[in-house]
Write a protein that binds this ligand. Structure first.
Ligand code: ADP
Ligand code: MG
Length: 399
């Protein structure tokens, strides 16, 4: 639970809430509203306490200027449905529309400001440009609540600089997420097993460094596999590969052996001759991990590997999973991800799913969210925390 007592009585106050509403969209249709739902408790609690709630958030990666396809308008509408109350929408972030919208709020009402990343000051590396934008954001409110867990690892105006300018507090979502991460890092119940996959290979390799000193077992699937297989001397065909990380992978494998941490790599791989797209019927084939044909690419871990991964998870008391085992969006390559998700639902202990796509995978494959200990809304933020890095958006709240 979060603690807003540092803000005093919020009734009648304008409270700026940084939420993470960065949901996947197909046109203007929200395909997974998990992050909006995760943002509701804090907004609801503040509104119920009589605050005038002003929500700021980003969507996608616009380049500091408005772009229709990244408008938060459909997200604001969905937030209104979930809250069960009207949500006002400002067509800019700090301009005339925002000022008029905020001025029009009564106690207990909620407004969403247009995509904060339509403003170059939000993500600027130039401190003064960011500061000037943070001043404008701060002018809209009397207090700040940080609840966008997916962005707390970013030193951005709406995450970091605005907290320097207003009385601030942690929202419920951020408090819950940080609590879970503490349980993963401070004396986790053992065996502690970490499963890594997905496509952001170089982003994720860094976390292994720290995990080799913490986890008992490391299971590697997804696009990361092929850099490891190549590091072991295997050919990987047209699979995802980060050539400049081969030495890093080799060093991890050696260190794991020295420290007694078990690294489990898949022994079989589901391959196809092309990356799946709408026009082509997949032709999945299972091959041994060391025999990926030159004209094929690996798109999922194979059935033997899926069974081995499930077995390696069975006795765990703490599990952290980040990154799908394969291209789960296509049924032919979803079995590995399904097997890992299934194994997590049976954990006697704490099971944590982190990462936007991993969380979406769990829901898309039809699992009950309640079967997992915690489904995190933030991939990058969780990984940086587990890497042992300081998260600027958390540090600024604690100072
Ligand atoms: P998360 O958002 O959970 O942190 P990532 O963003 O790193 O995960 O990766 C998710 C994506 O990885 C999915 O869209 C999935 O299709 C893709 N993926 C998984 N395995 C492979 C693979 N072998 N080759 C290419 N892409 C993969
Ligand atoms: Mg992702």
């Amino acid at each position: 639970m979060s603690d807003y007592s540092t803000l005093g009585d919020v009734a009648g106050k304008r409270v700026l809430v940084r939420s993470d509403l960065n949901v996947p969209l197909d046109g203007s249709t929200i395909t997974d509203d998990g992050r909006i739902r995760a943002s509701v408790p804090t907004i609801r609690e503040l509104a119920a306490a009589g605050a005038r709630v002003v929500v700021t958030a980003h969507l996608g990666r616009p380049k500091g200027a408005p772009e229709d396809r990244y408008s938060l308008r459909p997200v604001a509408a969905r937030l209104g449905e979930l809250l069960g109350q009207d949500v006002a929408f400002a067509t800019d972030t700090v301009g005339e529309s925002a000022q008029a919208t905020v001025a029009g709020l009564a106690d207990g009402q909620v407004a969403v400001l247009e995509n904060v990343r339509f403003n170059p000051g939000e993500t600027s590396k130039d401190e003064s440009e960011r500061a000037a934008f943070a001043d404008q954001l701060a002018a809209l409110a009397d207090a700040f609540v940080s609840d966008g867990f997916g962005v707390v690892h970013r030193k951005q105006a709406s995450v970091y600089d605005v907290a320097l300018r207003l009385p601030h507090a942690m929202g419920q979502l951020v408090a819950t997420e940080i609590g879970v991460l503490r349980r993963l890092t401070e004396e986790p119940a053992r065996p502690y097993v970490v499963v890594l996959g997905g496509s952001k290979v170089s982003d994720k390799l860094g976390v292994i460094d720290n995990l080799l000193g913490k986890a008992d077992r490391l299971l590697i699937g997804g696009g990361m596999v092929f850099t490891f297989l190549k590091a072991q001397g295997h050919e990987v065909g047209k699979s995802l590969l980060e050539d400049d990380q081969l030495d890093v992978c080799r060093a991890y494998l050696e260190r794991a052996q020295q420290t007694g941490v078990e690294i489990l790599l898949p022994t079989d791989i589901v391959v196809d001759t092309a990356f799946p797209n709408g026009d082509r019927t997949p032709e999945p084939r299972v091959v041994p991990a060391g025999e990926i044909p030159a004209d094929a690419l690996g798109l999922d871990i194979g059935p033997d590997s899926a069974a081995a991964f499930a077995a390696a998870l069975a006795d765990a008391h703490t599990v952290f999973w980040n990154g799908p085992m394969g291209v789960f969006e296509v049924d032919a390559f979803a079995a590995g991800t399904r097997a890992v998700a299934e194994a997590l639902t049976k954990i006697d202990g704490l099971s944590v799913v982190g990462g936007g796509d991993s969380a979406a995978a769990v829901r898309a494959l039809g699992f009950d969210e309640a079967a997992f200990g915690h489904i995190s809304t933030g991939g990058g933020a969780s990984l940086e925390y587990l890497e042992g890095k300081t998260l600027p958006g958390i540090q600024v709240l604690e100072d």
